[in-house]
Design a protein around this ligand. Sequence first.
Ligand code: PLP
Length: 285
Amino acid sequence: MDPIAYVNGSFVPLAEAKVSILDRGFLFADGIYEVSAVLDGKLVDNASHLARLERSVGEISLALPETLSRIVEIQRELIARNQLVSGLVYIEVTRGADVGRDFAFPKGVKPTLVMFTSVKDIINAPSASTGIGVITVPDIRWARRDIKSVALLAQVLAKQAAAEAGAGEAWMIEDGKVTEGGSSSAFILTQDDVLITRQNSSAILPGCTRKAVVALAEERQLRVEERPFTVEEALAAKEAFITSASSFVQAVVAIDGKSVANGRPGPMAARLREIYIEFARATAQ
Ligand code: PLP
């Protein structure tokens, strides 16, 4: 079956889905994106992703060309048309295609909205049982990482370096502390069983999975401290893990080739993964 995408009001075969070369997403990375997971054909924690989409577009004074309820309808229609059981729905909105390449916002140009799905078996990903290694790289991104901008070159380079090193993610470092992963939030579990993850600020993207995992952990009386941590702390920790819509909760077993604890996924990451999957299944819509 040919995958179906959505482009500015139409459902079209993915191979035929096109936007203008004057699209400001292409020329200036003047756009915002979101990614929601799909489990059992339903959207996981989607309200949280759409709230972040609304906030991100607001931060760059970009008006969504469709209402959030219409966007949900399009997401659902894409899931149905692509017969998607497990995977991701991608949304991108840009400031549209102007007639030239002026930096300032164009007047009277309709934003571009594109959406497509991809198949991914998040639950049975082999790395869920083996854990992943991460490498560390300097965080060279801009100062508004709380905005889910399509300007992802720093993350592209970070994740390429990780891939070349045989690692599954790159942890970005600023002022001696981990900010976050290239496309995930970073957590550690200290020797005295405190979960540590950096507090939300303009230094990181406010992860939807991070938010849900923190809430689920606190509901279970687990101790959570939101603060930055160093790589040394992570290497001395009981466990380390990442969270994201595309991996849920994923153990980190090595950092720059050095083992975290015994180099195997720990029980807390496994437990939080199970708890998150249970939450995702129970609340998916
Ligand atoms: N941090 C960054 C930089 C990301 O790109 C992502 C996801 O793409 C995340 C964190 C995780 O966010 P979420 O849990 O909402 O997928």
